[in-house]
Design a protein around this ligand. Structure first.
Ligand SMILES: Nc1ncnc2c1ncn2[C@@H]1O[C@H](COP(=O)(O)OP(=O)(O)OP(=O)(O)O)[C@@H](O)[C@H]1O
Ligand SMILES: Nc1ncnc2c1ncn2[C@@H]1O[C@H](COP(=O)(O)OP(=O)(O)OP(=O)(O)O)[C@@H](O)[C@H]1O
Ligand SMILES: [Mg+2]
Ligand SMILES: [Mg+2]
Lengths: 328, 328
């Protein structure tokens, strides 16, 4: 079962992209199939994973607007088992352009997890052929139990009706009856982990990621301003869980750029552990200049300098996350 | 003449708020009357200047929606000559709420610089009484020359018609004929400098600041990802100058969190100076832990520890900015 994780914090510069890149690499290194989705118009995750600007024509923006499938958008990185759906500057216009699109908060979930998984039966949106079976299997998993039966009947009704109607594009691929765009493939069961690198704000792109996710990983710089924003982020996660995505949980908080010589860092770390208990990972990422050098070579720090303290910390973090997942 | 400056960079965590707070304090310390406008829903600038949460009920959000005047929103800080228009969490909803408001990009300029200065004659929006004379005087300054004459006639027509219509609120203050909100006062000639602390994105709030500004000051962290976003920011400034605000200029780039022991820092600094020449301030802000400690006491670093290297650098930066302004 694919695990979808948002790496999010509206405070800027706390290590979201660095955590996404290096955690993804460490998970891929132990054989997990990983997809990174770059939701930040700055495209730092795409750059840090070595994706050329020329290879970003089908990326997150196009995926959100149904202009390409997951397969077409996912670009292999230099790291085996790790692919990226890159971000281009078009993404900075997505928020405004999505304003009058129906179900605009669910676009990402729908694109990655299939229309029927995003918000049940959506009139006019046909499920990818063969996905009906998956829906039956998932019925119990969504946690809504009996109510799902009605959904499934309606869903099957919609799907079979739409299947007759289903136009095919010139290349023979089925297209989405509602938008006429390419019928998006799904990421389910193709990847073990899908990581969303979120922009530094709680906007529609971040909301799309939170709705598509099972968990949120929060990188937290050990500084006063970063601490100030944490309660607002946690409130937002609660609200998303309440009205859009009942499965969403706070997976954990990872302390980043930690400098043990600095009193403020130690104070902030103690404060966070006091409030969040074991939601704070034991692994702490130290401030380490090799980490900030790696992106200029288009390499994750783990590849650029595996032995440095920063890389070792991200490897330990991956191990801690996998251990917690097994126990859960 | 009041100088309006946006402190902006869509890259997160590069020192925008820290630069706004400390530059404002240094300018206030030499007798300039300064207003800081906090445009970031995180409200870091408000916190860093010691504004209690309870004192943020009339702030930037209310100003944008015409619910209060500049005088009502501006709160004195602990620093003499320095006031703040604080940010509350409501601001995170402003972007979506402003979507269908006419001239939504000009709301801030209008609120601070008066309706007639924002975008000439706006049907239904009455100029504050007595401002007509200022419009005559400004006619030549807007650089549009002859065309302004027509504007002025239309403007005067609108103003005098609106003046008769002008309803007054219960407290006798004139209200805005279009929105029925309080007629906003203006910041012109009440302050020498107005500094906008922008959020880490190029959204509608930042756009409002860029349109209300005469110049943009860009804090730049000497890291690879920060460098990557610079060209996009510069393009955005050009576009705003082209279609909304012909006076907008790139005032300068200030290198922040500089660590001379770190090769990457030195490389990025050389790269930026090679591209931007003397647009890069000579003053460089060093990484200095006292700077990051100050906000937890609600004090600017300059007040918290005047002698530390970070504070001294911000004092030098203020001096360099004032010197450049005199020469210009
Ligand atoms: N542990 C670390 N040690 C040293 N430098 C680091 C570390 N983690 C991140 N950095 C550097 O700090 C800067 C900010 O990190 P990063 O860009 O990952 O944060 P972010 O939260 O993604 O920022 P944004 O809010 O702009 O998306 C980058 O230049 C990065 O290289
Ligand atoms: N010169 C410096 N030396 C040490 N720490 C600094 C320095 N300048 C800023 N900081 C710290 O770095 C962090 C980021 O700075 P700041 O919050 O001012 O950046 P920002 O660009 O406003 O961030 P955001 O994008 O979230 O608005 C803060 O915790 C701040 O205290
Ligand atoms: Mg990032
Ligand atoms: Mg800030």
């Amino acid at each position: 079962q694919t695990k979808y994780v948002s790496i999010s914090n509206q405070k800027g510069g706390v290590g979201k992209t660095t955590t996404t890149i290096n955690l993804a690499t460490a998970l891929a290194a132990v054989g997990k199939r990983v997809l990174v989705v770059d939701l930040d118009p700055q495209g730092n995750a795409s750059t840090g994973l070595g994706i050329d600007r020329a290879d970003r024509t089908h990326g997150t923006y196009e995926l959100l607007f149904g202009e390409c499938t997951v397969e077409e958008a996912a670009v292999p990185s230099r790291v085996p088992n790790l692919s990226v759906i890159p971000a281009s500057i078009h993404l900075s216009g997505a928020e405004i352009e999505l304003i009058d699109v129906k179900q605009r908060e669910f676009r990402l979930k729908e694109a990655l997890r299939g229309a029927e998984n995003a918000f049940g039966a959506v009139p006019g949106m046909s499920a990818p052929l063969g996905a009906q079976d998956a829906t039956e299997a998932n019925a119990g998993q969504n946690g809504t139990g009996g109510q799902n039966q009605n959904f499934d009947d309606a869903e099957n009704g919609v799907s079979s009706a739409a299947a007759d109607l289903n136009p095919t594009a010139a290349d023979g691929k089925p297209v989405d009856a509602a938008t006429g765009g390419k019928l998006v493939g799904v990421a389910d069961n193709k990847y073990d982990y899908v990581l969303f690198d979120c922009p530094p704000s709680l906007n529609l792109l971040t909301l799309n990621a939170l709705i598509a996710s099972d968990g949120v990983l929060v990188p937290l710089q050990c500084e006063f301003f970063a601490l100030e924003g944490l309660s607002h982020l946690v409130n937002t996660i609660e609200r998303v869980r309440g009205s859009f995505n009942p499965d969403l949980e706070l997976m954990g908080v990872v302390l980043t750029m930690f400098d043990r010589r600095n009193n403020l860092c130690t104070q902030v770390a103690e404060n966070v552990r006091a409030h969040f208990g074991d939601k704070v990972y034991e692994t702490v990422i130290p401030r380490n200049v090799r980490i900030s050098e790696a992106p200029s070579f288009g390499l994750p720090a783990i590849v650029y300098d595996m032995k440095c303290s920063g890389s070792q910390a991200y490897i330990l973090l991956a191990r801690e996350i996998l251990k917690r997942a097994r126990v859960a």
